[in-house]
Design a protein around this ligand. Structure first.
Ligand SMILES: NC(=O)C1=CN([C@@H]2O[C@H](COP(=O)(O)OP(=O)(O)OC[C@H]3O[C@@H](n4cnc5c(N)ncnc54)[C@H](O)[C@@H]3O)[C@@H](O)[C@H]2O)C=CC1
Ligand SMILES: O=C([O-])CC(=O)C(=O)O
Length: 334
């Protein structure tokens, strides 16, 4: 029995993500929460002939507490998306408070759930959730994940495009590490499971790296004011949620990059800090998942000199983003 909950379920990501979770036979109960429209979305999804029982709640009548009760996995795509010209950090002003309040609800009603944070800026919203949980005495770093899967999905797709064969995309894996915004997104193309062409130049590698780092901006620009990636994010979020669900059901050996607290596995976290040469609290790295959440954080492995410069370039912005999330909660009255 697995109860999955989506907070922000009526939005651009929330609706297709809820559809994909309803489609997943491992999910037996699906709780939807938003400040608008969840009864309609829930009624619609509830007619689909898959096992999950769907319920939808609004804030009235303690809806947040009700939807979270009994949750095993909580996915958070609530909050505003970017418009052209904005950075993810520009969303902090609105989304930080939304994520803080939802995290407070989780701390009170589902403190043991696995929490998957999609709301941007992920580099700051994940620390926000952690700090709220700490204030409520329920923080377990093994159970908190910033969802960076879309970067990994983009890397697979764009490498397959370079190889001229999109049918290879589902089987290509490229570790993407660091964080989830521009320069903090670090694709390790040298570790792609499918080798790039022998004549792939350094210029082409830089172009491909930049495309992965700024894939989100490509969608924001194409949507031209109507938001950011929703459908690809729903796909990526459902893929990551499924991995988490399989792990909590006892399957071992599942590895996926995610933005995690480096104390989620103190030994491998300390090794990773040594590798990147900085005492950061959070970093996105390939994580081995287990029934308790993070089982171990994998090392970055051999980096090329170019990839090393990318990691170094990511560190200052990551530090600033993390500090901003932490200070927001120390300054908030919960
Ligand atoms: N981690 C990632 O890779 C990605 C993250 N995102 C982020 O996901 C977030 C959502 O994006 P979209 O779905 O496109 O936005 P959207 O505006 O279409 O949907 C957001 C939903 O959140 C709801 N919401 C607002 N305040 C809420 C609250 N207090 N409680 C519950 N629900 C609330 C809204 O009513 C709306 O239905 C944005 O912050 C966006 O930047 C988007 C794409 C990729
Ligand atoms: O670009 C955005 O604002 C949304 C996002 O995080 C992504 O698509 O990677």
């Amino acid at each position: 029995m697995v109860k999955a909950v989506v907070l922000g379920a009526a939005g651009g990501i929330g609706q297709p993500l809820s559809l994909l979770l309803k489609h997943n036979p491992l999910v037996t109960s699906l709780g939807l929460y938003d400040i608008v429209n969840t009864p309609g979305v829930a009624a619609d999804l509830s007619h689909i002939s898959t096992p999950a029982k769907v319920v939808g709640y609004l804030p009235a009548d303690d809806g947040l507490a009700k939807v979270l009760t009994g949750a095993d996995v909580v996915v958070i795509p609530a909050g505003v998306p970017r418009k052209p010209g904005m950075t993810r950090d520009d969303l902090f002003k609105i989304n930080a408070g939304i994520v803080r309040d939802l995290a407070t609800g989780i701390a009170k009603n589902a403190p043991k759930a696995f929490v998957l944070v999609i709301s941007n800026p992920v580099n700051s919203t994940v620390p926000i959730v952690a700090e709220v949980f700490k204030q409520h005495g329920v923080f377990d770093p093994k159970r908190l994940f910033g969802v960076t899967t879309l970067d990994v999905v983009r890397a697979s797709t764009f490498v397959a495009e370079v190889l001229g064969d999109l049918s290879k995309a589902p089987s290509i894996t490229v570790p993407v590490v660091g964080g989830h915004s521009g320069v903090t997104i670090v694709p390790l193309l040298s570790q792609s499971s499918a080798a790039l062409p022998a004549d792939f130049t350094q210029d082409a590698r830089v172009t491909l790296t930049t495309r992965i780092q700024y894939g989100g901006d490509e969608v924001v620009k194409a949507k031209d004011g109507a938001g950011s990636a929703t459908l690809s994010m729903a796909y990526a979020g459902a893929e990551f949620a499924e991995k988490i669900i399989r792990a909590l059901r006892g399957e071992t050996g599942i590895v996926a990059p995610s933005f995690v607290h480096l104390e989620s596995d103190p030994a491998s976290g300390a090794a990773l800090k040594k590798e990147i040469g900085k005492d950061l609290e959070y970093f996105s790295a390939p994580v081995e998942l287990g029934p308790q959440g993070v089982a171990s954080i994998k090392p970055l492995g051999a980096l090329t000199p170019y990839e090393k410069t990318l990691v170094d370039a990511a560190l200052p912005e990551l530090q600033t983003n993390i500090d901003k999330g932490v200070s927001f909660i120390s300054a908030s009255k919960l």
